[in-house]
Design a protein around this ligand. Structure first.
Ligand SMILES: Nc1nc2c(c(=O)[nH]1)N[C@H]1C(S)=C(S)[C@@H](COP(=O)(O)O)O[C@H]1N2
Ligand SMILES: [Mo]
Length: 222
């Protein structure tokens, strides 16, 4: 049953709800499981796998690169080995998707995005970040202030294992205080920009600021 509810495009059925506000979107989204089964499971417990494209190239230590550029003094491309050699931070929070599922106490680990930004030397004209992915389609955004929080990671591990291909490996973004759509999978580029450029789902109706509510947001002192 879990398999039926899991892998595949099922979770993508239906575009976000441009006509309604965020709350309307949330309630509509939580009702869009056509099987009706997720609500019956005592602990749906698992992740659903999302991709806005049908197939994504596999990348590993031999061919992965993370490019940081835009309004920075020192643009650079990091290999997987480069990222693994940097100080790693582990965070355990609840993952929450706008579709109404959540996975409690999920560890992520990787390099603080703030650390990469320091290395790059963000210019004073930079105010936001644009994230791109090697699926060739998905994009995301954060303001510089959001990106500098200590609970925002360029994640190499999820559930204490290397991030799998299905979950956006070898490297995905992890934005702990926000809905999981902000955590771009298959991360390949970070560009410092002078304004927020709305991401893939944000162009289709999601809020640009994906803050979680209350305790789920945690505090910035991760
Ligand atoms: N590249 C890419 N990143 C993405 C998505 C996507 O479709 N493509 N979906 C987002 C959404 S809506 C969610 S809920 C999570 C799902 O992550 P998972 O597939 O590891 O469960 O990834 C986010 N990041
Ligand atoms: Mo999501």
């Amino acid at each position: 049953m879990l398999g039926m509810l899991g892998v595949g495009a099922a979770g993508l059925a239906g575009a976000p709800y441009l006509q309604s506000g965020w709350e309307g979107f949330l309630s509509a989204a939580s009702q869009k499981d056509p099987t009706g089964l997720t609500g019956l499971l005592p602990n749906p417990g698992g992740f659903r796998y999302y991709s806005v494209v049908g197939s994504v190239p596999h990348k590993d230590a031999t061919n992965y690169g993370l490019r940081i550029d835009g309004l920075v003094d020192r643009p650079r491309t990091y290999t997987l080995a480069d990222l693994r050699a940097m100080p790693q931070t582990r965070i355990v929070r609840d993952v929450v998707c706008t579709d109404g599922w959540r996975v409690d106490d999920t560890p992520f680990a990787g390099v603080k995005l703030s650390h990469l930004l320091e290395e790059a030397g963000v210019r004073s004209s930079g105010t936001a970040l644009r994230f791109t992915c090697f699926d060739g389609a998905y994009t995301e955004s954060l303001t510089l202030e959001q990106a500098r929080r200590p609970d925002v990671l360029v994640a190499l591990k999820m559930q204490d294992k290397p991030v799998s291909h299905a979950h956006g490996g070898p490297v995905r973004l992890y934005v702990a205080p926000m809905y999981f759509y902000k955590s771009a999978k298959w991360l390949s580029g970070i560009t410092v920009t002078d304004e927020v450029v709305p991401g893939y789902w944000e162009e289709r109706g999601y809020p640009v600021d994906g803050w979680l509510e209350g305790a789920d947001r945690g505090n910035s002192a991760a």
